[in-house]
Design a protein around this ligand. Structure first.
Ligand SMILES: [Zn+2]
Length: 404
């Protein structure tokens, strides 16, 4: 089952009844966290068992189903807390900080035609939330193969979860193999006999990352006397950085997926799990790893949603191996890969050819075949470059493919 959270703005502010409900919900979550810490349980059912009766008395006005979902939210916070304790990073007693509430799909009604949510507050009292519905939202509202999941209400917006069964991936007619680098995805596109180099560039991700890294460091120095302020500012800085980078990564992912969908391509990616970054050491390197992982996450998730087959392969030696004769080189220096047998190619593209060959040799790319000899050195397709962002909408659904 796949889930997609879609954010809606409210047409007018949150009605006061609903605001009280959020405050009640937050209290209930905090109580449940306390009970869970005491009894050392984290699951929704366990929390429900130990404290439902007390809760019913303490929060007599709240709709029973909301009460149960407060256990679920509390359970999530508790699990997070225990994970942090295990990793021994910051162990302050957890509490419900955000003003929010969550309602399970049976606990609210959503008229998908008009975009009005009917949210029960207590017996005989409902509140209506009128949502702003754009074309983007219509796509999800009108698609009846999507069912409704939980509803999250925040002071200024609501998030509706749409659910669908993962579609069966199509049988690939071509393959798009991509090597993931700091500033670009470099790869090879194979269709029939032809093989061409392909690239999606995102140089600005590294620039944004470096800029925010520098700013955080300056902030820390400037606010060294005030730890609380320093942490707060640095967190804000981090959130902004994530937003800016995510936005760019989504655009890159969208253009890759559009290309793969149009040509019925399987997407081959390296498995980044093996890349363990050392803690505190080489901070710069660690900083540059998360956008790549995030990009893979986005591509994989969206591909699943659209039924595009994804193949993950072990990238070991992929940047040092010659795809023609199989020799493995000692170093991976230089922008170009050169082999004694005469084969030479851009190192990143060469790596993607190795990824593709691994995928094919393990039978993970259907019945596709690939002959490195058929590779056309002089043709480079640009899937995405930052200049395209200026022409596309912020959600980046219009990735243009140009052939140079
Ligand atoms: Zn060779």
């Amino acid at each position: 089952m796949l889930l997609k959270g879609v954010v809606f703005r409210l047409e007018s502010g949150l009605p006061s009844e609903a605001r009280f409900l959020l405050e009640d919900f937050r209290l209930a979550v905090s109580d449940a966290i306390r009970a869970g810490l005491q009894a050392r349980v984290t699951s929704r059912n366990a929390l429900c068992k130990i404290s439902y009766k007390d809760f019913r008395e303490q929060h007599p006005r709240m709709y029973a189903k909301h009460l149960v979902s407060s256990f679920e939210v509390a359970g999530g916070i508790l699990k997070n807390h225990h994970r942090r304790v295990r990793k021994s990073v910051g162990c302050r007693t957890p509490f419900a900080k955000r003003l929010m509430m969550k309602a399970e799909n049976q606990a609210y009604k959503f008229d998908r035609e008009s975009g009005v949510i009917d949210l029960p507050i207590r017996a005989g009292c409902h509140v209506e939330l009128k949502l702003v519905v754009s074309q983007y939202h219509r796509k999800y509202l009108d698609d009846m193969s999507l069912s409704l999941g939980s509803l999250t209400v925040l002071p200024d917006r609501v998030i509706v979860a749409f659910r669908k069964d993962a579609p069966k991936p199509f049988v690939p007619e071509s393959a798009l193999s991509l090597d993931t680098n700091e500033r670009s995805l470099d790869g090879v596109f194979v269709e029939g006999e032809a093989a061409r180099a392909i690239r999606a560039e995102f140089p600005d991700v590294a620039i944004v990352q470096q800029r925010h890294y520098d700013r955080r460091r300056r902030l820390k120095k400037k606010k060294a006397h005030d730890g609380r302020k320093s942490r707060e500012l640095s967190r804000k800085e981090g959130t902004r950085e994530h937003h800016r980078i995510n936005n760019r990564l989504h655009q890159v992912a969208n253009s890759v997926l559009k290309f793969a969908e149009d040509r019925r391509s399987a997407i081959v990616l390296e498995d980044l799990k093996g890349f363990k970054s050392k803690r505190s050491k080489e901070l710069n390197r660690r900083l540059s790893m998360w956008p790549r992982r995030k990009l893979h996450q986005i591509i994989e998730y969206k591909a699943q949603w659209k039924g595009i087959p994804i193949v993950k392969v072990d990238p070991r030696n992929s940047s040092r191996t010659c795809p023609i004769c199989g020799r493995i080189q000692d170093s991976r220096m230089g922008a170009e890969f050169k082999c004694e047998c005469g084969w030479h190619l851009d190192r990143h593209i060469n790596a993607s050819i190795n990824l593709l060959q691994t995928a094919i040799s393990k039978g993970m790319a259907g019945g596709l075949r690939f002959d490195p000899g058929a590779f056309q050195h002089d043709v480079m397709m640009i899937l995405y470059e930052p200049a395209m962002a200026a022409r596309s909408e912020p959600n980046g659904t219009s990735g243009v493919v140009s052939v140079t």
